[in-house]
Design a protein around this ligand. Sequence first.
Ligand code: SF4
Length: 325
Amino acid sequence: MIAPTPTAARLWFVAQWGGVVITLGLLAGLILRPELSLDILWNLLIPLVPASLLVTPMLWRNVCPLATLNSVLNRGAGARKLGNGLLAPAGVVGMLLLVVLVSARRFLFNTDGTVLAVTITAVALLAVGLGAVFDAKAGFCNSICPVLPVERLYGQSPLVRLSNPRCTPCTMCTAKGCIDLAPQHSIQQTLGDERVSARWLLSSYGVFAAAFPGFIIGYGRLTDGPLSTAGEVYLHMAMWLLASYLVTAAFALVLRLSSGVAMVLLGAVAAGLYYWYAAATITAAFNLPAGSMLAIRGVAWALVAFWLTRALTGARHAVNGSVRP
Ligand code: SF4
């Protein structure tokens, strides 16, 4: 982990609280100008997140407004660590929240600004509350945050390294797998002993990662509908999650992929699929010329290809070192 210089710490501080102010503006916009605000959020800001995680997970983790709010009461009474016993169940909660909340975009959050604003506010209050009970990022960012599983997958081989202004010094708030400490080891530490054999496919994070490409395809193949379609949406998503898991498991077993190489491939496939669908959505939302879709896909896939090349080299070295099955 890189400690920030005094100047960098000041700049991060401005960026963190700037993010909170922007979020407050977004919440107001979701209620007062929902159509425009939903477009800006879902079709402009959110599509930048996966690419930024590929470049470095530290940019998002350093400026995420929920992480900033999580730290507000942090240095007060709460100092509970996230030990091994709580780590796995908290991770499962985060993965379930991701699946449930993102799927709900199709029948709720993509079209209802007020409900989305209330939900974001509730999650923000939860982050503040958990920050008061747990040390540093143990209560939210490193445990039940629904973005954490994606941060791990896309952030496993950062192209650039950034300092961490939130943890000076590190208090070891989380027993293992902290992305801020070592993004390239976070998944392997999360998998634990399962990482060294095909049993990684049965671990909770292994199941999530194997099913994630299907999650993206499932979401991309749906269109927005009313609340009454919620059951159909979840059934559709469940089918794609299952199909993705089975296909991944078959490939991993037949090709005898190590968990390290499999995770890199899953990250690249998921990111590539994400921008396949996002390019079409962005082009339609902002009435961009038809060539824009191709351009967005081209730029995104070039980034993914570069990331994949570097990440595979790192994963093979790791496999040749300590985690070969
Ligand atoms: S760097 Fe240390 S204090 Fe910060 S989140 Fe990670 S384990 Fe916790």
